[in-house]
Design a protein around this ligand. Sequence first.
Ligand code: HEM
Length: 417
Amino acid sequence: VKERIVQEKGLDHTLNILEEGYLFIKNRMDRYQCDMFETHIMGEKAICLSGEEACKIFYNEELFQRKGAMPMRVQKTLFGVNAIQGMDKKPHTERKLFFMSLMTEERQNELTQLFEKELEASVAKWMEKKEIVLFHEVKNIICKVACKWTGVPVKENEIEDRADDFCSMIDGIGGVGPRYWKGKSGRNKTEEWIQGIIEDVRQGKLKMEEDSPLKSMAFHRDLDGNQMDLPMAAKELINVIRPIVAISTYITFTALAVYEHPHCQDELLCNEDKYYEMFVQEVRRFYPFTPFLGARVHRDFEWNGYGFKKGVLVLLDVYGMDHDPHIWKNPEQFEPNRFLEEKDRTYSFIPQGGGDPAKGHRCPGEGITIEIMKASLNFLVNKIEFKVPEQDLSFRLSRIPTLPESGFVMTNIKRKA
Ligand code: HEM
């Protein structure tokens, strides 16, 4: 080892993650003027990395594995114990290609159309209300649509509770105490519900459309030729529905972006698909959602003069990379036109992970996310008019995950002529 890595002093910095949230890694990179340092969190050593080159090694399967990287508390809330996020090599690739087969462009368009229809249908109700909170409305709408699209039957009066359970799993990730317990109980309730439905499908008790993700998940066979056991099939179907519900966070940030950045108004009103795409890309870069990603060193190797030892925990700074001045000019400015420049951003723009989704762990739902965000943007700009009353629109970077405090309150909603 040629160079010594910066080592953060102190026994354990888990509390600093809770206090500094999205900025935990970036604050230290800035302080130490480096893109790699060693710290201690959750009782063990962790190496924090940032930058495009670091991202490339992080997604090298020969060097890193996901097995054993995810803390149990995250598996018990966000992901589901032993599900796709923690798999490696062949079994992971097989499971991943199966996930991707559920999200073809055609299926993606179906989902977006269902979503647009539900949004349209909500306007009449919103017009009668004094005010609505966008996040609350959208999480219910998108939960209903995600269930319909996957084939999961859900009653109208059940939707809000189900949506809240999905949101609690996402919200539980950075919480201790009540927030964590709520996330865990949301997951337990949802797993029980979805297991019951998959069981009904397997026993032929539930009439359903051919070709739905529910049916595919119920009967999918892994490499060993066996169906997934019931709990795993449920966890993986939840790994499709929950992240679709999570897009409600990005939709809320999209509304905030339109409101906070009036210099984009004229271009938004031109209503060109290219600008809408760049706008939502900038929302995914600018606003915080995924803080960082974790993996373990699979075998000893040396990189940038540092010896990575098998088993050590490594964190890649997703939020920091989205705001890194080496990657983005004026990163603290919201500027969709930065995406005009055609460039390979496979390992530099990673709000939903980096690399090739078919070969590694990068999110398979980016297409869905972008299309749903574009539809929401079109709806907010071209389909309705509304007022944004006095409210607290700030979001805390110290909280993982975060959201504008008010959830984005809208009043005087009207259809646009
Ligand atoms: C993985 C973010 C939407 C399904 C991931 C990862 C991130 C992420 C950061 C991990 C990447 C890695 O470990 O290298 C997001 C965000 C979303 C979103 C911020 C928008 C709100 C979706 C959607 C779906 C989805 C809409 C499905 C319909 C998945 C699955 C994985 C995953 C199944 C696990 C992939 C694997 O381990 O191979 N997502 N995602 N996500 N996402 Fe998303």
